[in-house]
Design a protein around this ligand. Sequence first.
Ligand SMILES: Cc1cc2nc3c(=O)[nH]c(=O)nc-3n(C[C@H](O)[C@H](O)[C@H](O)COP(=O)(O)OP(=O)(O)OC[C@H]3O[C@@H](n4cnc5c(N)ncnc54)[C@H](O)[C@@H]3O)c2cc1C
Length: 344
Amino acid sequence: MIRIAVVGAGMAGLVCARRLQQGGYGVQVFEKSRGLGGRVATRRLTDTCADHGLRYVASQGEWTDRLILPLRQQGILHPWIANSGNPSAVETDRFIAPNGMASVAKWLAEGLTIARHHRVLTIAPQPDRTWSLTIETATATPSIGDFSVVVLAIPAPQAVPLVAPLVTQGLPEPFLVGLEAIEFAPCLTAIAQYRQERTPAFAAAPQAVSMTDSPSLAWLSLENSKRPSSHPIVVVQSTAAFAEEFLEATDLQPIGMQLLQLATDTLGFDFTDPELLQVHRWRYAFPRHTGQVSWLATQYPLPLLCCGDWCGGDRLETALDSGIKTAEQIHHWLSRHPLPPIDW
Ligand SMILES: Cc1cc2nc3c(=O)[nH]c(=O)nc-3n(C[C@H](O)[C@H](O)[C@H](O)COP(=O)(O)OP(=O)(O)OC[C@H]3O[C@@H](n4cnc5c(N)ncnc54)[C@H](O)[C@@H]3O)c2cc1C
């Protein structure tokens, strides 16, 4: 069986791996984190959870539509009924997961072989024309080999250090130049939990707000409008400009407090004084300069492809599109038979 390594268990990596597995390839996914989904991320809290990455799933094109359908049928996604400060709640075309957005990734990961806590440090061609990967795990740094193809389903800036050493081994320089051209914008996300006694007051809080005019704030959601919680839970996402200013701060707590104060000033509702506050640093949140193609591919020194949302866009639809098209490109190289229809 042809073995293929997929680096990264975000949405692009998961759909790519799924599609390749459907084609009969032996697929091994490596993910550096404990969780699956990458930027489709959920933080577990005492009796609930909060989405600190992807805010919701919306119809953005063919692949999000094809994902929403079975996920709704299986009760993993529900329509999000939320208000944006007006008294009436409206059902929108946004979908949320009561168990957290990461449950979408878990669903896609079913049946795949995924090594978590496995950060790929190097990829190197071997004399027998297979790839060998050096992996960092909690206990060791093994080399795992025998892969005919490697897919890097990770943000382009994270792929650059893996790819750059290959230029001396035959990798075409334009491939590396293409990767280096992609820039990402950061984001800081505050996850705030408030005392239970404040629950009645939060009934009047805006539940889902995009702040397109704010220099510092991009988004606020009341996570209780997505799922039950004994405490009010709020997620605030910063703009890239705000995140760039504070990205390297050693203590993010005051920065999170600042985001809550700004939300209070902007929206006229008191989001200050949380009982718990966590701040997540997204160094690679949104592609800024995106690629023009759905994937980057080379056969030199051995078959290597890069995919992700940065391949032609900056959001979920592009991540799915890029992952699927990458799998199809690999199959095109390796087989004359068509891939079976997508099973989701
Ligand atoms: C705060 C925030 C809000 C967002 N909101 C929305 C939204 O509302 N709508 C929308 O459409 N999109 C949104 N997005 C963007 C969306 O989440 C992404 O476009 C999409 O999830 C990208 O998927 P991906 O697979 O390309 O990359 P990622 O999700 O980044 O996946 C890459 C994976 O690779 C892993 N990895 C990296 N390096 C290595 C390595 N060396 N070894 C092993 N594993 C590695 C990472 O841990 C990660 O799991 C948001 C993003 C953020 C950060």
